[in-house]
Ligand binder design. Structure first.
Ligand code: SF4
Length: 389
């Protein structure tokens, strides 16, 4: 049985408060005992599942706020994972999402000693008014303090997140946020355009007219300015929302964009292997109860046809700045991109949204601005499934 490489996502759903824009699977107000029971269930779920020949390349603690639970629980999970599947030592990346203000010196040391080697810190903005409006639980000083404490604790792979296109945000405020984050010296930045998710407090505020979003042209200017500014600092765009110093790109997130297999543990977590996706029940208490009773927390699965996999591969791959390698597409599907999705691709090229050469297919700058529209065109495109001779 050959070795099979996977990433592993672990969902920690606990948060101190609910941010106005967030539609992730999170809960507030849970006790330390709830945290312990949940982690017990995660480990039990891990033991229920073991694909033959599994080798892990990355482990990602996302949430929620993984930095909110006792760091010894994170160490327990990592120990269980190490006992479950061998690690690929040269590529092993263990990321923990951290909210400013939740990382003490002791916690940072404990995470580092447990094997965490990358932190993703949710800064989001550097204006007290925006942080308060988003219901973030930290202030600007805590962003800086958390980052500097993490460096002192020895973390040499630190990422910061920020959001642009916030209600009533000006270009000057966005520049202040980006400049403030650059001044900290991050290895990686994730800059997300605000999206208004259904059912969130943000959506209700917009519907009531108490806030308004900046004009889309201003939002595009914010993205363009940030890209140039970051490039001047050696933080290069490698995906629509992600920038890194060379060699500090997120290995785990690349699995998603390159449609490589990943397993997942926890409430609402999604996993993928070629030809199949599946996901767990969302409710945290329900998840714990099912696993504690020896049941399978899987809530659903989707079997992907070859043409669905091709569309996903193409669309996710176009998110990366390097685009989709024609050779990788051929290796995976036995057919050239052109043969699979020729007509819509030619249309996108003619519109100046996609460019191609014999080696790759990728989005143009205008295509990146209209990435969702391009994605929709490709996902809806008829695919010709033909195997090569
Ligand atoms: S801290 Fe993160 S996961 Fe929690 S509510 Fe805010 S945005 Fe959502």
């Amino acid at each position: 049985m050959g070795e099979r490489r996977y990433g592993l996502y672990v969902h920690i759903p606990f948060c101190q408060a609910r941010c106005t824009y967030c539609d992730f699977n999170t809960v507030t107000g849970m006790s330390e005992e709830d945290h312990r029971r949940y982690v017990g269930a995660l480990i039990q779920e891990l033991r229920q599942e073991h694909p033959p020949g599994a080798v892990l390349t990355s482990l990602y603690f996302g949430g929620g706020t993984p930095s909110l639970i006792d760091p010894r629980l994170i160490a327990t999970i990592i120990e269980a994972v190490r006992g479950w599947a061998p690690l690929v030592d040269d590529a092993w990346e263990v990321t923990l999402e951290v909210n400013p203000g939740t990382a003490t010196e002791e916690a940072l040391t404990a995470w580092r000693d447990a094997g965490v080697n990358r932190l993703s810190i949710g800064a989001q903005a550097r204006q007290p008014s925006h942080l308060a409006a988003l219901h973030r639980v930290h202030d600007v000083d805590q962003i800086d303090a958390t980052f500097l404490l993490a460096r002192t604790a020895g973390f040499n792979n630190l990422s910061l997140d920020a959001i642009y296109g916030l209600p009533d945000q000006t270009l000057a405020e966005w520049q202040e946020t980006v400049n403030g984050l650059i001044a900290l010296g991050p290895d990686h930045l994730s800059l997300y355009a605000l999206t208004v998710e259904r059912g969130t407090p943000l959506q209700r505020q917009l519907q009531r007219g108490v806030i308004k979003l900046p004009h889309p042209d201003l939002v595009a200017d914010m993205a363009d300015w940030a890209e140039l500014r970051l490039a001047a600092e050696g933080l290069l765009a490698y995906e629509i929302s992600n920038y890194a110093k060379p060699g500090k790109e997120s290995r785990h997130n690349r699995l998603y964009w390159e449609l490589e297999p990943y397993l997942a543990l926890g409430a609402g977590a999604h996993a993928y292997v070629p030809g199949r996706r599946w996901w767990n029940v969302r409710g945290v208490r329900r998840y714990v109860t099912i696993v504690e009773q020896g049941g399978d927390p899987m809530a659903g699965e989707e079997i992907l046809s070859l043409s669905e996999e091709m569309r996903q591969f193409l669309w996710l791959g176009l998110r990366e700045r390097a685009g989709v390698s024609r050779e990788r597409f051929r290796e995976r599907f036995g057919v050239d991109v052109q043969a699979a999705v020729g007509e819509p691709l030619a249309d996108l090229v003619a519109r100046g949204l996609v460019e191609e050469n014999p080696e790759w297919v990728r989005l143009t700058a205008r295509g990146r601005d209209l990435a969702n529209w391009v994605g929709q065109r490709l996902v809806d495109a008829p695919i010709t499934v033909r195997t090569s001779e």
